[in-house]
Design a protein around this ligand. Structure first.
Ligand SMILES: Nc1ncnc2c1ncn2[C@@H]1O[C@H](COP(=O)(O)OP(=O)(O)O)[C@@H](O)[C@H]1O
Ligand SMILES: [Mg+2]
Length: 238
């Protein structure tokens, strides 16, 4: 459903993506793993229209949306959750959600917030709590809810699990599995492989701005040569 082809990105005058291809089929989770500095976050930001691409294409349902501004990418059906589960600390959870809903017709907003609370019932008692008072896991839930609020066709999440406790990671993974089952395409970006490969169908390994492996997640799990070669199966995976 989402086809990225030959994506090239420069940052600080240096090529950080040398023409990568990424497929994100509908109804599946696809993992992108790779060591620190490989270009994973640059991929997310270029896909989301946050930083410019120097070349390539990104087709969503047959339409090239690479080069669109961030709001237009989102309106076309691609939502990103950037690294670092950042919420607006001085706003309540409700207001954080409302900010993300601001482009909706007013009549739709309450329903969208209800829909998010049905996905993340944990947030209901936190609606009047300031963003800065949330745990890391709760912040990540708010960020995912903000992205899901536009009812995207494709969701791209950068470092879902970074800094979060295993129990909350499992909870978030279950949410992703559910939304994929309902038809969304999910691109899950993780530095470490255990979680990502356990819930994904397809997988790719990014290394120094190039795709070093693209195939099935199960096959990749059985390829310690690739994982160790990329310094991916490290202590955090043990
Ligand atoms: N804001 C920036 N300006 C210049 N170079 C950057 C910037 N952010 C990242 N880079 C460089 O881009 C490369 C890829 O980084 P990044 O996409 O963050 O990788 P990853 O998310 O896989 O760790 C690295 O060499 C990094 O130093
Ligand atoms: Mg990163």
């Amino acid at each position: 459903m989402l086809k990225v082809r030959n994506l090239q990105v420069f940052r600080g005058g240096k090529a950080v993506l040398h023409g990568i291809d990424v497929d994100v089929p509908a109804g599946e989770i696809t993992a992108m793993v790779g060591p620190n500095g490989a270009g994973k976050s640059s991929t997310v930001l270029a896909m989301g229209g946050v930083i410019p691409a120097a070349g390539g294409s990104m087709e969503l349902d047959g339409k090239n949306i690479l080069g669109y501004r961030a709001e237009a990418v989102r309106a076309a059906g691609l939502a990103i959750v950037p690294e670092g589960h950042r919420v607006l600390g001085g706003l309540t959870v409700r207001d954080n959600l409302l900010v993300a809903a601001s482009q909706f017709p007013p009549a739709r907003i309450a329903g969208e917030i209800e829909r998010m609370l049905s996905i993340f019932p944990e947030l209901e008692p936190k609606l009047d709590v300031l963003g800065r008072a949330l745990s890391g896991g709760q912040k990540q839930m708010v960020c995912i809810a903000q992205a899901l609020m536009s009812d995207p066709k494709v969701l791209v999440i950068d470092e879902l699990s970074l800094g979060l406790a295993p129990l909350i990671v499992k909870r978030l993974a279950d949410v992703l599995k559910d939304i994929a089952k309902q038809g969304m395409g999910v691109l899950l970006i993780e530095q470490f492989t255990t979680l990502a490969l356990s819930i994904s169908s397809g997988a790719l390994v990014l290394e120094r701005g190039r795709v070093a492996y693209a195939g099935s997640a199960t096959d990749l799990r059985d390829r310690p040569d690739i994982l160790h070669g990329s310094y991916l199966a490290t202590r955090a995976d043990a």
